[in-house]
Design a protein around this ligand. Structure first.
Ligand code: GLP
Length: 241
């Protein structure tokens, strides 16, 4: 794994932006894997800025997001579809039909997972996948114990994950208990992966990801076995590696 050492959140976001733009500029039909959470917000701000400065076009770009809460519709401010529309999609010239986020309100969530997986397979490959790091080592919403051979599936969220994400909701009771997430094998098939890590609370999980054993107990550890992973980590996150 290649580790790019940056000073702070802003530098991490700028670096991630330039790596993503390399792909968008060089692929004829780029396919991006995107993430939500606080970590990639700065990356999205940088992408919008580049678009506004006419440095890039997204008209031939396709995106697949990692995950979505079960039970939240696209107009729910806490849904990941809403997050993506607000933080990125509505500010750039990407075509609506080329942006993909699993539906949280599909009548049959299992079928939704199959359909989503199918769409990714039809796109042939994800050129570059952006990941954040959960405090318990989750990637997407693949919680500890998830099989490394999982494809897109419905997960029960850990109490710790619901607590970590409760800051976005009125109360912990409003945080959904389930989500749809790309599977670990789905993520691992991406041609390249960029993991963004910022802040002191990620120092412990980052150390375990880099130095710990590869184990389903710590999903992010699988990244050690991928041939093209770049970790962009700021100073605060690097104190234990
Ligand atoms: C969330 C998301 C993940 C994200 C992680 C870290 O639960 N499902 O995709 O990477 O937790 O979030 P944050 O970037 O806010 O720390």
């Amino acid at each position: 794994m290649n580790i790019i050492k940056v000073k702070d959140y802003e530098e991490m976001s700028q670096k991630a932006c330039s790596l993503l733009l390399d792909v968008v500029e060089n692929e004829r039909k780029p396919v991006l894997g995107l993430a939500t959470g606080s970590t990639p917000e700065g990356l999205y701000r940088n992408l919008i800025e580049k678009y506004e400065q006419h440095e890039v076009t997204f008209e031939d770009t396709t995106t697949f997001n990692l995950d979505e809460y079960v039970g939240l519709a696209k107009d729910d401010p806490n849904s990941y579809r809403y997050f993506m529309n607000e933080k990125l999609f509505k500010h750039i010239n990407i075509q609506d039909e080329n942006t993909h986020v699993p539906s949280g309100v599909a009548e049959d969530p299992k079928q939704e997972c199959k359909d989503y997986e199918q769409l990714i397979q039809e796109a042939d490959r994800i050129d570059i996948q952006i990941l954040g790091l959960g405090l318990n080592g989750h990637i997407g919403f693949n919680e500890p114990g998830t099989s490394f051979s999982s494809r897109t599936h419905v997960v029960e969220l850990d109490e710790s994950t619901r607590n970590a994400n409760a800051r976005f909701f009125d109360s912990i009771d409003d945080v959904p208990t389930q989500a749809i997430t790309m599977g670990i094998e789905t993520i691992m098939e991406s041609k390249s992966i960029i993991l963004l890590v910022s802040g002191a609370n990620k120092a412990e999980p980052l150390a375990r990801l880099v130095h710990g054993e590869v184990s389903e107990d710590f999903p992010a550890s699988i990244l050690q076995t991928h041939g093209n992973v770049t970790i962009i980590a700021d100073e605060a996150a690097r104190t234990k590696i």
